[in-house]
Design a protein around this ligand. Structure first.
Ligand code: AHR
Length: 542
């Protein structure tokens, strides 16, 4: 059975991951980082507000909702619940997502999308078929589909990032969905939308041309050249319908893939001229294979994400060179997170149930620290990574968990929330000097990792700081190279004694942000201590 194949592949790749991640050493980020002698134990961050990486695209902190487990049904949509509104949308969940300010949300998959017929999810609800989703061996009632998602996004204040079925689906069906969503009237599919009760077009801008098409677990998986041609044809047909689209081709599912980078090159040789971005995916784990269970190594794994970004960009730019193209692609890191516990057996097999409990990973403090590190990595690559999605958002490998009576925030909610609240404006090009430590199969790892933003509109500067030292506080000195920021507006830290501590419905605030003493500045320098095993945000008003 297909889903068995996928589970088998994931198990195998867990093992392959050992060899790959064992070889991962630090890449491009070292240009912005400098190691300092371990004799000098103070870490330093040099900030010059004239030195920036890029203007931050808010889509860097998007998220993801797949028809998987309890993400949609029982997650955001639960018409039987007293917590839901007249549309069946969970009001408490909507409120959380609105408060977060998630800019863009990928939907409807994931692996799910590669067998999905979007026509099953539109039109009168009583006529929609109950369909077997082969990707997760689950039943989909189709009571929530494209129009419900658009309404939900509007209520949540988020832009949709629509995934297309390029597995069993055809380029013609992809273009039809664009027409259904974006054409005002007068064509077959726009008139169908109107008939369904939605007179206004949605003008969906961002589209993913399939999902993880390099993976043998993917429905409709095909060789790279074939996929590249299908993506090209889809892009052409979709742009005949709406020339304003931003299109993302499927890159490699991760460095563990045997075809890593070669897939990307072959795909882009076919469709470079027709797309705007290329996708990357990555899930991290503190597994015997990847880290040997060593948490010091685990919290350094965001450095391997820097490398993945650098390598993928190298391929994009290689093909750009082959084509003598004036266009530079951007990257869409449209699935990233920690995920390693709930990824086999019944955690990934819905046993033909509706809304089964799948991928309900419980996150601890060390996961939140790594998620903070991954956000730092995304920020420092903001010149070329323009879109990214924390995978996923509700119940499924998610920062927010629901049950029939409410919700709670997992540990990873906090670094994600800080990115959304405090990262604004331009990303600063920081010079970070830090003492380092040794872990197996990686270059020396800096104890301190950091990224920062400057909002030119209000002069606010935000710093995001990861202290990877799991046993000791670390002294940090900020050297303000142009004008020093003095007034601290916010200073929060996520830390604790137990790296394995988790939140739950019974103890929802076991791991939560605490106030950090506001650091003071004198003589153009700010000195403060970061607690051991901590992730911190400090915001100044300059
Ligand atoms: O996010 C969970 C799954 O991980 C997605 O469906 C798939 O794209 C990836 O393998």
């Amino acid at each position: 059975m297909f889903s068995d194949d996928r589970r088998h592949f994931l198990q195998q790749t867990g093992r392959v991951g050992l060899a790959c991640s064992a070889n991962l050493v630090l890449g491009r980020f070292l240009s912005a980082q400098a190691q300092t002698s371990n004799a000098n134990q103070t870490a330093r961050i040099f900030i010059d507000c004239r030195r920036t990486v890029a203007t931050l695209d808010r889509n860097l902190f998007g998220s993801f909702l797949e028809h998987l487990g309890r993400a949609i049904y029982e997650g955001i949509y639960d018409p039987g619940s007293k917590l839901s509104d007249s549309n069946g949308f969970r009001k408490d969940v909507l409120e959380e997502v609105r408060k977060l300010g998630v800019p863009i949300i990928r939907y409807p998959g994931g692996n799910f999308v590669s067998g999905y017929n979007w026509l099953d999810g539109v039109g009168p609800k009583q006529d929609r078929p109950r369909v077997h989703d082969k990707a997760w061996n689950s039943m989909n009632s189709n009571q929530f589909g494209t129009n419900e998602f658009m309404a939900w996004c509007k209520a949540a204040g988020a832009e949709p990032l629509m995934g297309l079925n390029l597995g069993t689906g055809t380029p013609e069906q992809a273009a039809a969905l664009v027409e259904y969503c974006n054409v005002d009237k007068g064509t077959e599919w726009s008139e169908l939308r109107r008939k369904h009760g939605f007179p206004e077009p949605y003008n969906v801008r961002h589209w993913c041309l399939g999902n993880e098409m390099d993976g043998p677990w993917q429905i409709g998986h095909m060789p790279a050249t074939e996929y590249g041609l299908k993506a090209q044809d889809s892009a052409r047909q979709m742009r005949y319908v709406d020339p304003s689209l931003q299109l993302i081709a499927c890159g490699s599912s991760g460095p563990f893939m045997p075809t890593y980078l070669e897939w990307d090159r072959e795909v882009l040789e076919q469709c470079y001229d027709y797309v705007d971005g290329l996708s990357l995916h990555r899930y991290f784990g503190n597994t015997p294979e990847d880290t040997g269970g060593d948490s010091e190594k685990f919290v350094a794994l965001n450095l391997t994400m820097d490398r993945q970004i650098a390598e993928t960009l190298a391929v994009c730019d290689l093909v750009r060179g082959h084509k003598r193209s004036p266009k530079k692609l951007w990257l869409s890191f449209d699935e990233w997170n920690v995920w390693y516990r709930e990824r086999s057996g019944s955690a990934v097999n819905g046993h033909r149930q509706e809304a089964p409990h799948l991928l309900e990973e419980v996150y601890n403090l060390e996961d939140a620290l790594l998620v903070g590190g991954l956000i730092i990595t995304l920020l420092r690559n903001a010149d070329r990574v323009k879109l990214a999605c924390l995978a996923q958002m509700i119940n499924v490998i998610a920062p927010i968990m629901t049950n029939g009576t409410g919700l709670f925030r997992q540990t990873i909610y906090h670094p994600y929330n800080w990115a959304l609240q405090y990262a604004r404006g331009s990303v600063l090009n920081l010079l970070v000097q830090s003492p380092t430590y040794e872990v197996s199969h990686m270059d020396p790892v800096p104890y301190l990792d950091a990224a920062g933003t400057l909002n030119p509109e209000n002069g606010q500067i935000s710093l995001f700081l990861l202290n990877r030292d799991l046993s000791k506080a670390r002294e940090v000195e900020i050297v303000w190279e142009d004008s020093p920021a003095t007034r601290v507006v916010t200073s929060l830290v996520l830390t604790g004694n137990d790296l394995k501590a988790v939140n739950s419905f019974d103890a929802p605030q076991r791991v939560q942000p605490q106030a950090l003493d506001k650091p003071s500045t004198s003589g153009g320098r700010t000195k403060f201590e970061l607690p051991p095993r901590s992730y911190t945000v400090i915001q100044w008003q300059s």
